[in-house]
Write a new protein. Structure first.
Length: 401
């Protein structure tokens, strides 16, 4: 046991735990859409989605994605905007951009997904968890796919009470799982550990009475509440970001702008706007942001209420204003701005908050349409206008350690 890692436990007996877990998994595994076959491409897409999205939420996004891009060649041939549009709503859009970039790299190399963890890690955006999950689940490479569920389960089996986010504890728990990994079924074992963590060994209230491996679990045998291992993490309060958004219309179209390719919500389209500075009114911020971002002088803006949205690391409060340009000719645009009809906007990849703004306008106008008093928008890289997220913590089950 590495120094500083408190563990009173020993590794569960692999001769007993792995067979019991696999036996349970064969009977209890949920019929999830990515389990219908062992297509490496589908497994890869699913694991990328599951890295920061819960299983129930990921399923419809997975179905939509593989329907739009049934093969890795289809994904490689798609534009970034097409991929982002299909991914819309799943969040963490860098995952979609990386999937496409990796697909392009794979197709350039012949079209076959690499079969080993080491080779998979050379692809854009493929980290240790995705590489080991795909290598073991799709190609049966005997490597541990270490993610939040496995860390929790292994910590309980061994009653390891250190912080599972630290490299030292992760390393120890990875070794625990590696010792249990059956060489003839590494993929099934990894999947079974995750399934146990997602359905029985739950974060706060583990269902020990129905656990197939309770006999090998020290937390269960020795503690009144196994759910206290590992130590519950207290999440920091999510800060509130207040921003003004301008939906500007002219001749039946809205002005939208594309966010920078890299970073939060990269490549998505939104209305112009930005953070409300201390001491500034929402209206003043709307006028200032519009001028700073587009060079346009705001016409008389009409307040259209507040749209709220919560991201994993912060909450946003978007003060929405609409306005109409009187000019008969639309002002010239650069490559990141576009005048779009409502139908055109619906075809673009949009952040959730922008969807909500459109819905809010629709509520107020029977149906949202430019000219019913809208305004426009775009947001600079570092300000939450439409909405920008700070680099963040994951919220879902398969968060890679
Ligand atoms: S006995 Fe309880 S704590 Fe231990 S692995 Fe099973 S569900 Fe988790």
């Amino acid at each position: 046991v590495p120094a500083g890692v408190r563990s009173t436990g020993t590794t569960p007996d692999p001769a007993a735990v792995a067979p019991a877990l696999l036996h349970w998994f064969r009977a209890a595994r949920r019929p999830l859409p990515w389990r219908r076959d062992r297509d490496p491409y589908r497994i890869w897409v699913a694991e990328v989605l599951l890295q920061q999205t819960r299983v129930a939420q990921a399923a419809p996004y997975f179905e939509r994605f593989v329907r739009a891009f049934p093969t890795i060649r289809d994904l490689a041939a798609a534009s970034e905007a097409q991929v982002l549009k299909v991914w819309q709503g799943a969040g963490y859009y860098a995952r979609a951009r990386n999937l496409r970039a990796a697909a392009i790299a794979v197709v350039a190399g012949g079209g076959e997904l690499p079969r080993t963890e080491a080779e998979l890690r050379t692809l854009p955006g493929v980290g240790p968890y995705i590489a080991s999950a795909v290598a073991s689940l799709a190609f049966d490479e005997p490597v541990v796919a270490l993610e939040a569920n496995g860390l929790r389960v292994a910590a309980r089996w061994t009653r390891t009470e250190g912080d599972v986010r630290t490299p030292r504890v992760r390393s120890r728990l990875g070794a625990v799982l590696a010792a249990l990994l059956p060489p003839d079924a590494p993929g099934a074992f990894n999947e079974a550990v995750m399934e146990l963590g997602e359905t029985i060994c739950l974060p706060r209230r583990p269902r020990c009475v129905v656990c197939p491996v309770a006999f090998g679990c020290r937390a269960f045998r020795e503690l009144p509440d196994p759910g206290l291992v590992p130590s519950p993490r207290r999440l920091p309060a999510r800060p509130l970001v207040r921003a003004a958004v301008v939906v500007l219309s002219s001749r039946g179209r809205w002005l939208v702008q594309r966010r920078p390719a890299e970073g939060l919500l990269g490549g998505l389209w939104e209305f112009p706007g930005g953070k409300i500075e201390p001491g500034e009114t929402a209206r003043r911020a709307a006028e200032r942001e519009l001028a700073e971002e587009t060079g346009l002088v705001a016409p008389s803006l009409r307040a259209r209420g507040v749209v709220r949205h919560a991201y994993s690391h912060f909450r946003v409060e978007l003060h929405v204003f609409t306005g109409t340009l009187a000019s008969r000719s639309l002002p010239p645009l650069d490559g990141v701005r576009r005048w779009v009809t409502p139908a055109g906007l619906a075809r673009l990849p949009l952040p959730k908050a922008t969807e909500r703004i459109v819905a809010r306008l629709a509520e107020g106008a029977g149906r949202a349409s430019p000219g019913s008093g809208s305004r426009r928008g775009r947001t600079p890289p570092s300000r939450p206008g439409g909405v920008r997220r700070p680099p963040g913590r994951a919220r879902a089950p398969r968060t890679a350690p």
